[in-house]
Design a protein around this ligand. Structure first.
Ligand code: CTP
Length: 217
């Protein structure tokens, strides 16, 4: 199968030296890319700026802003069988990017932010031939919020990720997730290294994709 995986944060520039971003390390997305390759799949990895070595066997596409990530996904998504949107895309970007460094002044300063494009929500639902998997990073009402994202973004699967703990989830080496399916089925992957969680997740996604194919024939 062909996996398309996004990973890491995006950076939304304010001026030549500053940007808005988030704490995503890219570890979970990179672990999924590694696990998919180890299971014999082809992998295209679209990555925001991170500090980890990419898997050699993946086709790596490096991006920085949410717009760049949007275009990279748009170009590659139709050629995949499983699309895993693990990246932490910024929800807002500055309305204007200053061409020169913004100088400090005596008065307070506020920045106007506008919404970025929602990459998952912008995917067409017509004749979709690939499985769409989103991640939901939540600090509260984890399953309820994740389930809403599954509906609102027309996902096949959402991986609910509690990011409130310090030692699991964002930036950490371990994770534990709940996987919600469109038909209401639920699977849990208990706390383990991101490598092990990724291996389990790839198995679940591969089975889910195979099931959809069987249904269609
Ligand atoms: N996502 C996306 N495009 C965006 C923002 C998020 O495709 N502009 C994707 C993420 O990659 C993830 C899913 O949507 O797979 C949910 O992201 P998350 O940050 O949990 O939620 P948001 O939709 O941004 O909503 P909120 O921040 O209010 O929780």
């Amino acid at each position: 199968m062909r996996f398309l995986v996004t990973a890491g944060p995006t950076r939304e520039p304010i001026d030549p030296v500053r940007y808005i971003s988030n704490r995503s390390s890219g570890k979970m997305g990179y672990a999924i890319a590694h696990a998919a390759l180890a299971a014999g799949h082809e992998v295209v990895l679209i990555s925001g700026p991170v500090h980890i070595d990419p898997p050699h066997a993946a086709k790596l596409i490096c991006v920085s802003t949410s717009d760049e990530m949007f275009y990279a996904v748009d170009q590659h998504v139709c050629e995949c069988d499983v699309f895993v949107m693990c990246a932490a895309v910024a929800d807002y970007k500055p309305a204007k990017v200053s061409a020169t460094k913004i100088k400090k002044r005596a008065a307070n300063f506020s920045l106007e932010l506008v919404r970025t494009r929602d990459i998952l929500a912008s995917l067409s639902t017509q004749d979709r031939k690939f499985l769409v998997v989103g991640f939901a990073a939540e600090t509260n009402d984890v399953e309820k919020n994740a389930s809403r994202k599954l509906q609102d973004k027309n996902l096949d699967i959402v991986v609910a990720n509690d990011v409130s703990a310090v030692d699991a989830g964002m930036e950490a080496d371990e994770n534990e997730v709940t996987i919600l399916f469109r038909d209401g089925e639920k699977k849990r992957i208990l706390r383990a290294s991101k490598k092990i969680v990724a291996r389990e997740l790839v198995k679940i996604l591969t089975n889910a994709r195979e099931k959809c194919l069987t249904k269609k024939t």
